[in-house]
Ligand binder design. Structure first.
Ligand code: ATP
Length: 513
């Protein structure tokens, strides 16, 4: 655990030192749970967006993208259920005054038991070697089965209490489990209360004419209210999808773990409109498709897992998360939800507009069902950064910090160095860069020894460094150095564009889908 926490700390300070992520309004001591993306962070973020948008919109003939406003008519949030039900159960410790999400306290308790099970499994794996059968061990080892029963029991009690909005029982469960505040070490808990996560503000400047509107807590509703506009203007037939990338705002009770949980963040959502009754088929399809999208990055399949929801949201008839193995453990990265016709039905009722779809194949009118994939851009960013970060000792005994960001997502693709600042090398290097920058984000550097320049580029994850030397002037060749292997190769300048493009293009990731 200590080692894991360390990685997050290192990534946070590396992000700041190298211009990936800064705390918002830092000169005023910052604003909690709000962050700004710096010069390399915004490039990485844009590349993640490109990868998502390309795989959703460009690669699917039946998915189009939109960009809806953040502010929406207040009735939207009544219809969606957010005004009445977008709550988190909060609980305070009376001694430390620290506030917690009650469900998270219980989930952390479960995670500890899971940790013990995993320890037992690791030990047994070592003992039995190749003969080890994990499923059998899980089903038969008395320690593991007892712990698993305990987890199931806690899960059931929590789901029952939350689903029936029985907050007293949620508190009782925390007490029964002996959960204590990490700060005071006591179990002196307040009642559990529901807390609405939406940020409200006033619309209009004339007193008496204002109305409370909300900063959207999810991008999805902008898609639902536009579904017919899009369907009609693009003459789409079911099944079809609408994709969107945009900001969302939630007044999180406990915002922590860097950019994992923020009060202002970005979502990449796709709502797929389907014929009622086909939702389980599409649920499977999108689960597979999204998992492939993640795996194409090459961080290793072990770092992702599905987690089925026990407590279904008010709109869902099936739901799961794709969890990622962050330094602080497996946590939700993306949600996949079968939302039925809950949203379109509610908007139809509240707007009094007919939102049904005419199915020309069956001559029927009905409200489509919706299958949703919703991923947090910032959480995706954090997953990429934490798995790319590496500290290495090199053969000569020196060390380097390298971000092994998949080349297609790297903020800078190519760095170009003249070996020295004289003899026409800078001019030649700039001439090469002039051409490459039409296609790729490049950086020119002539200060310091080449080794130091390599280290700086490794630290921001640049996949290729090119050195222009005296031989370049003679035979038009340059040295290209690859980030991960650190191998250097002499190549003809005319081959450069092709070599780089073949490695850094986002299509490399898409082709593997
Ligand atoms: P959590 O259980 O972690 O609060 P959620 O289930 O409420 O998340 P959804 O409503 O399904 O999240 O939102 C879809 C995605 O948006 C999440 O999978 C996550 O990646 C992202 N997301 C949600 N809340 C935040 C936040 N406060 N900060 C950053 N990303 C977030």
């Amino acid at each position: 655990m200590a080692e894991k926490d360390d990685t997050l700390k290192k990534v946070i300070s590396h992000s700041k030192e190298y211009g990936f992520v800064f705390q918002s309004s830092e000169i005023y001591d910052g604003l909690s749970a709000t962050y700004d993306y710096g010069q390399y962070g915004s490039e990485l973020k844009n590349n993640i967006k490109k990868y998502w948008w390309m795989s959703m919109v460009q690669m699917h003939e039946n998915i189009v993208g939109i960009d809806a406003a953040i502010f929406m008519h207040p009735t939207t949030w009544k219809a969606s259920g957010h005004i009445d039900a977008f709550n988190d159960p909060l609980i305070d410790n009376k001694d430390s005054k620290k506030r917690y999400r009650a469900d998270v306290l219980i989930e952390d308790y479960i995670a500890k038991i899971e940790g013990k099970i995993n320890k037992d499994i690791t030990k047994a794996k070592k003992r039995f070697g190749d003969d080890f059968n994990e499923t059998e061990f899980r089903n038969t080892n008395p320690n593991v089965t007892r712990r698993q029963e305990q987890i199931n029991d806690v899960n059931t009690r929590m789901a029952d209490a939350l689903n029936s909005d029985d907050l007293e029982n949620v508190r009782q469960l925390i007490i029964d489990l002996g959960i204590k505040c990490a700060v005071s070490g006591t179990a002196n808990w307040t009642e559990v209360r529901q807390f609405n996560l939406m940020f409200g503000t006033e619309l209009g400047s004339v007193s008496g004419e204002s109305a409370t509107i909300y900063l959207r807590p999810e991008t999805a509703q902008g898609i639902f209210v536009n579904y017919l506009n899009v369907q009609k203007t693009s003459r789409m037939k079911l099944p079809f999808g609408i994709a969107q990338i945009g900001k969302a705002f939630r007044n999180e009770i406990v915002a922590r773990q860097f950019i994992f949980r923020m009060r202002e963040f970005e979502q990449m959502e796709m709502q797929f409109f389907i014929k009622p009754g086909t939702q389980m088929e599409w649920y499977q399809y999108w689960k597979n498709t999204r998992m492939k999208w993640h795996n194409a990055l090459g961080f290793g399949e072990d770092n992702y897992r599905f987690h089925d929801h026990i407590k279904l949201a008010h709109y869902a008839d099936a739901a799961c998360d794709i969890e990622f193995n962050y330094p602080m453990g497996f946590k939700e990265l993306e949600g996949i939800h079968s939302r039925t016709d809950f949203d379109l039905g509610a908007h139809q009722e509240h707007s009094k507009k007919n939102l049904t779809y005419f199915d020309s194949e069956t001559n029927e009118r009905y409200l489509p069902y919706v299958l949703e994939t919703s991923i947090g851009l910032d959480r995706m960013f954090l997953s990429v950064l934490t798995k790319s970060y590496a500290e290495e000792t090199l053969k000569d005994g020196s060390s380097r910090v390298v971000l092994r960001i998949p080349p297609a997502l790297a903020p800078v693709k190519v760095a170009i160095f003249p070996l020295t600042k004289k003899d026409g090398l800078p001019e030649k290097a700039r001439a090469i860069m002039h051409k490459i920058k039409l296609d790729h984000n490049c950086q020119y550097e002539e200060k310091d020894a080449i080794g130091k320049r390599y280290r700086r580029q490794d630290a921001i994850g640049t996949p290729f460094c090119i050195t222009v030397d005296h031989e370049t002037l003679e035979n038009n060749t340059i040295t290209i150095r690859e980030r991960d292997s650190m191998k250097q190769e002499r190549v003809d300048i005319n081959d450069l564009a092709q070599i780089i493009s073949s490695k850094v293009s986002i299509s490399n990731l898409i082709n593997q889908e």
